[in-house]
Design a protein around this ligand. Structure first.
Ligand code: PMM
Length: 277
């Protein structure tokens, strides 16, 4: 049985995230929500101040800083492991100064040329996700026509990101990779990646996967043309939690930590054979 994945609980301090936009925009609400997720079993809290929903426009850097820094400061002061979900080096730097120890960059460094240098200096762990373009035009980049399709393309593009990270001085043991479900991916691309994560694992880095509440699950569960509502996709995510845990992923980025934790507890109990006669 592989080791149990870490659960990264999502705290979106945004007005417009697809999954929970606006619910935790006030710092106190976001902090309280983060504490709830820790009580539910989150190992890491991922604090984000920019929505990456398809078509989203970017906040000003000052807005993003104003959203995430107070929340990170409070949650890190609790002793919780905090990750900042940002594509901006300036925000990553401020977040680490406020107590974050993980930088989760959905662009893998492509959105901000200073990111890798800042992460290298910071000593933080670095989650580099597969990404091709900002949310307002990422749909145009969801084309994977080469040999090996989406799986080979994601593997090769992440491998190139790793080279630039290492060259910038981010040590290998600080790097985590993420296939970037839903980012410049059509429905079928997400399923192909979930079906075949092994080539990404073969790159030799821990994997984080974020499937929670994403539209490919809504499309699967809904009727033609009307995806299942965001809050009603949890059982499907639980199925993926089990699948991905059994494949030995390092971490799962989830909104409903309690549901994911319950699934992991079942797997852990099954792996504990102490009750065999
Ligand atoms: N997905 C979202 C945001 N940040 N970070 C990583 N590493 N992986 C993801 O899949 C990912 C992410 C979008 O989801 P949200 O709007 O619910 O936060």
């Amino acid at each position: 049985m592989p080791t149990t994945p870490l659960l990264m609980g999502v705290v979106n301090v945004t007005p417009d995230s697809f999954s929970d936009g606006g619910r935790w925009l006030e710092p106190d609400a976001a902090i309280a929500h983060g504490r709830e997720l820790v009580a539910d079993g989150a190992d890491i809290l991922d604090i984000g101040g920019e929505s990456t929903r398809p078509g989203a426009t970017r906040p000003l850097v000052e807005e993003e800083l104003g959203r995430v820094v107070p929340v990170i400061t409070a949650l890190a002061a609790d002793g919780t492991t905090v990750s900042v979900d940002t594509m901006r080096a300036e925000v990553a730097e401020a977040a680490v100064a406020a107590g974050a120890t993980v930088v989760n960059d959905v662009s893998g460094g492509l959105a901000d040329p200073r990111m890798h240098a800042v992460v290298a200096r910071s000593g933080a762990s670095y989650v580099a996700m597969h990404w091709r373009a900002h949310a307002d035009h990422m749909r145009d980049f969801a084309v994977y026509d080469g040999p090996g399709g989406v799986v080979a393309a994601v593997r090769d593009e992440l491998a190139r990101r790793v080279e630039t990270m290492l060259a910038a001085g981010i040590e290998a043991d600080r790097i985590v990779l993420d296939p970037g479900l839903g980012f410049a991916k059509r429905q079928e691309h997400n399923w192909e990646l979930l079906r075949d994560l092994q080539p990404l694992r073969d790159l030799g880095f821990p994997l984080l996967v974020g499937a929670s509440r994403k539209s490919f699950l809504g499309r699967l569960l809904g009727a033609a043309g009307s995806p299942r509502a965001v809050g009603e996709r949890e059982h499907a995510n639980t199925a993926l939690t089990v699948l991905l845990a059994q494949q030995g992923v390092w971490g799962l980025r989830v909104h409903d930590v309690r549901a994911a934790k319950d699934a992991l507890r079942v797997l852990e109990r099954l792996a504990d054979e102490g009750d065999r006669p």
